[in-house]
Design a protein around this ligand. Structure first.
Ligand code: NDP
Length: 249
């Protein structure tokens, strides 16, 4: 039996939104597997907390305060990088849920500029910062099941996450010959600090709708992310990996 152990020693990753939730878990898994990670996040305070939590990884950790909607901010963070990039995880994202009838232009603009244009800004800026000689360059975009199937109250979010899938596939076609793979992960409902605070009955009701009878953990997404970033996934390009317990079946 082959036992696959992911080894990211001497690999350099950037995780946007890496100071909280799913991004924090992805960062932790890369660090555990020996990788270097630059955590790009919005809040200075969250970055400081992450730095403290990951202190034992020493120089493996780099942090940069960044607003992915702001190109100057992204350029500044890119210029602070201590190494060339191997792996980019575009994870930062927000929600501004409202029914379409109630959704205002500001709700639309905020979600599109973070969850769609943010990925354009970051990836465009970093393209030249990737390790040119590497044949193991990875772009992993965090989309959502909502981008595949739509969702009540999420016109803005579903549009952005569907757009992420279109970008992912296009980059798969354009960048494949340059040593990149580009893939997306479509998480289902994942437990984060926010969702854990919801009433138990509500969470149980939601879990009952999932064929594997549980909600997702941040670790489920991080595991998928490490797999797509690994050498072993070098022939997987332009795909969307659903990590949702089969909720959409
Ligand atoms: P969290 O809110 O827990 O974490 C997102 C992180 O991104 C936060 O640290 C946030 O900072 C940061 N961020 C937000 N806006 C910006 C910005 N403009 N620039 C830089 N950083 C920013 O979210 P989750 O961990 O739940 O979600 C992570 C990704 O997974 C998102 O793309 C989300 O859409 C996707 N996803 C999540 C699901 C879930 O059930 N949780 C399901 C499907 C997809 P701050 O807190 O300061 O705003």
């Amino acid at each position: 039996m082959t036992n696959i152990n992911f080894d990211f020693k001497n690999k350099n990753a950037i995780v946007t939104g890496g100071a909280a939730g799913i991004g924090f878990q992805i960062t932790q898994k890369f660090l555990e597997a020996g990788g270097n990670v630059s955590i790009w996040d919005y809040s200075e305070q969250a970055l400081q907390t992450a730095k403290t939590e990951f202190a034992k990884y020493g120089a493996q950790v780099h942090v940069a305060q960044v607003d992915v909607t702001n190109r100057e901010s992204v350029a500044k963070a890119a210029s602070s990088l201590p190494w060339a990039v191997d792996i980019l995880v575009n994870n930062a994202g927000i929600t501004r849920d409202k029914s379409f009838a109630k959704m205002g232009p500001e709700d639309w603009d905020a979600v599109i500029s973070t969850n769609l244009t943010g990925l354009f800004n970051v990836t465009k800026t970093l393209l030249e910062k990737f390790n040119a000689s590497s044949n193991h360059k990875r772009i992993i975009n965090i989309s959502s099941v909502v981008g595949l199937y739509g969702n009540f109250g999420q016109t803005n979010y579903a549009a952005a996450k569907a757009g992420v899938i279109g970008m992912t596939k296009t980059w798969g076609k354009e960048l494949g010959r340059k040593g990149f793979t580009s893939n997306a992960i479509a998480p289902g409902f994942i437990m984060t600090a926010m969702t854990k605070a919801m009433p138990k009955e509500v969470l149980e009701g939601m879990a009952a709708k999932v064929p594997v009878t549980r909600l997702g953990e941040t670790e489920d997404i991080a595991n998928a992310c490490l797999f797509l970033a690994s050498e072993q996934a070098s022939y997987i390009n332009g795909t969307v990996l659903s990590v949702d317990g089969g909720i959409v079946l």
